[in-house]
Design a protein around this ligand. Structure first.
Ligand code: F6R
Length: 247
């Protein structure tokens, strides 16, 4: 775990502040940075804080490029729970980012393999300075579910029942949760220069324990992060419930 920096904080607010220091700091230092972005609950506080920093004129997104990790299939971009809608609602609509600098995998049209290949080609040309990650209760990163090979690139993934159940809160019923998604592969994620992983809440306690065990296995995709040279993992007290004696 030599390269994994651990920051333990009290709660979600502190977690968001720590992440903001890192991302906001990078944007001050390198206004033309390329960010890899996640959706879900974990980065919402970070995005709020970045919007505040933009409003206070501390940072600008006018030269920032972004690449999102994933997008649901079976939902149009315009659906409120598409990750496209999520990103505009939580960040992009509130800052001066240029639409042409925003990249989110597209699940529209009839040739999803082509969409994957196109996104993968974009990722090959990009150099992500900082990748934000959350973690699934089952250890997924992006939507790379357990069993995904570590050399996987952008692909269409069948979501596990666990992931669909975890994400049900955003939909009216389990039936409405998409079955498939397009996601950056583990290999794409690992190419980022720096990775910041945000983990909050009791439901992630088991995942934190397994991550910090240090065992690297495709059964727990996030474990590959131990092989990355620059990873910061920020977790709150609830997420640390099962490792509190060590951290
Ligand atoms: C989201 C993503 C997922 C989430 C993970 C945690 O773009 O790729 O890996 O980061 O499912 O989700 P939350 O933050 O909602 O607990």
């Amino acid at each position: 775990m030599a390269n994994m920096k651990i920051i333990k904080v009290k709660d979600f607010e502190e977690l968001s502040m720590e992440a903001t220091k890192i991302v906001g700091g990078l944007l001050k230092e390198k206004p033309q940075a390329t960010l890899g972005l996640a959706t879900g609950i974990s980065p919402v506080g970070l995005y709020k804080n970045l919007v505040k920093m933009y409003q206070n004129k501390e940072i600008s997104f006018k030269d920032v490029k972004t690449y999102n990790l994933d997008e649901y299939c079976e939902l149009p971009k315009s659906h409120p729970e598409s990750y496209y809608s999520f990103m505009y609602r939580n960040l992009f609509s509130h800052v001066d980012i240029k639409d042409e600098n925003v990249h989110i995998p597209s699940s529209e049209g009839s040739d999803l393999q082509k969409n994957c290949d196109d996104y993968n080609n974009l990722l090959h040309k990009a150099e992500i300075d900082l990748q934000i990650l959350g973690i699934g209760g089952n250890g997924h990163i992006g939507f790379n579910e357990p069993g995904t090979p570590f050399n996987q690139e952008t692909f269409v993934v069948k979501l596990t029942d666990r992931t669909r159940n975890d994400n049900k809160v955003f939909f009216n019923s389990l039936d409405e949760v998409p079955q498939y998604a397009i996601t950056m592969g583990i290999d794409n994620i690992m190419k980022a220069k720096k990775i910041v992983m945000l983990i909050a809440g009791k439901s992630k306690a088991q995942a934190v324990k397994r991550l910090l065990s240090g065992e690297i296995t495709t059964d727990f995709p996030a474990s590959i992060l131990h092989k990355h040279p620059d990873v910061v993992v920020i977790f709150d007290e609830e997420a640390a419930e099962l490792v509190n004696d060590k951290y």
